[in-house]
Design a protein around this ligand. Structure first.
Ligand SMILES: [Fe+2]
Ligand SMILES: [Fe+2]
Length: 268
């Protein structure tokens, strides 16, 4: 008969510190295994959280998802994961090692991350951009998940203080230090996304870097640039631009770019 301990929590998602806690608990209490039991409430569905748990405990023989009828429960605990909120806000490096790539791959918690780091109006703009990105991606056979992700996250550092932006620009992109601070966020966002979320996809990172100046020439670059300018919450009719972009992405990009330039000149 196995002697097991049960840890109940939301595991939303399972974090690395919890894995370590469970391993230590098993040893200290000399148990044959620790069973993780998922609570009802969470941002992700119970099924999604159990799916993540499965990945997270894969390397460990003595961490379990289900108890057997004949198991003897020696110990149980309602456990609150200390760093769960932080993972939900984008510190994916605190998630259990086995699930980091899964979190990114599925696009989990992107909305929570967005609303945590941005003002509400900025977050709403980003959601609208993501929608247009997906629309254009569909039309041009581009990975829709990537398109959605870059739309959601392209302005993620825009509401951070100038001092944060400036320090990063000085260190990693001194060549644009003389540019308007309005441009900085497109260069600091990829850094943030790499270090916090662990995003490695160069297509996404480059498109985000290029979204203000419009210097990129990949499909993702064009899509994000167009979507950022043409999303509906900006409040003007961009149906002509969207229609052209669906027919011919490069031509759509050139039109939006030209109009943005004209607008800037008028403003000046
Ligand atoms: Fe932006
Ligand atoms: Fe934007």
């Amino acid at each position: 008969m196995r002697k097991v301990g049960v840890i109940r929590s939301s595991f939303d998602p399972i974090t690395e510190s919890t894995i370590q806690y469970a391993l230590k608990l098993r040893k200290d209490k000399q148990l044959d295994g620790i069973v993780f039991e998922v609570n009802e409430e969470g941002i992700l569905s119970k099924k999604e959280r159990e799916g993540l748990l499965k990945y997270a405990i894969k390397p460990y023989r003595k961490l379990l998802l289900k108890k057997k009828k004949e198991d003897q429960i020696i110990y149980q605990e309602d456990y609150i994961q200390k760093d769960e909120k932080e993972v939900q806000q984008g510190q994916f490096y605190k998630a259990a090692h086995g699930i980091k790539r899964k979190l990114l791959g599925e696009g989990y918690y992107l909305k929570e991350i967005l609303y945590h780091h941005c003002k509400e109006s900025r977050a709403r703009h980003s959601e609208a951009v993501a929608k247009v990105c997906v629309e254009l991606a569909k039309e041009h056979h581009v990975d829709e998940k990537k398109a959605w992700m870059m739309g959601m996250l392209h302005d993620i550092t825009k509401n951070k203080e100038d001092s944060y932006q400036e320090a990063l620009i000085k260190k990693y992109h001194p060549e644009i230090l003389d540019y308007s601070p309005k441009v900085w966020h497109s260069y600091t966002a990829p850094h943030f996304l790499k270090t916090e979320l662990g995003i490695q996809d160069q297509g996404i990172l480059k498109a985000i870097e290029n979204h203000t100046l419009g210097r990129g020439h990949s499909k993702l670059d064009y899509i994000l640039y167009i979507a950022d300018k043409c999303e509906p919450t900006r409040g003007y009719d961009a149906s002509k631009e969207i229609k052209l972009s669906k027919e011919n992405l490069r031509k759509g990009f050139e039109l939006v770019m030209k109009e943005a330039e004209e607008y800037r000149n008028r403003e000046e």
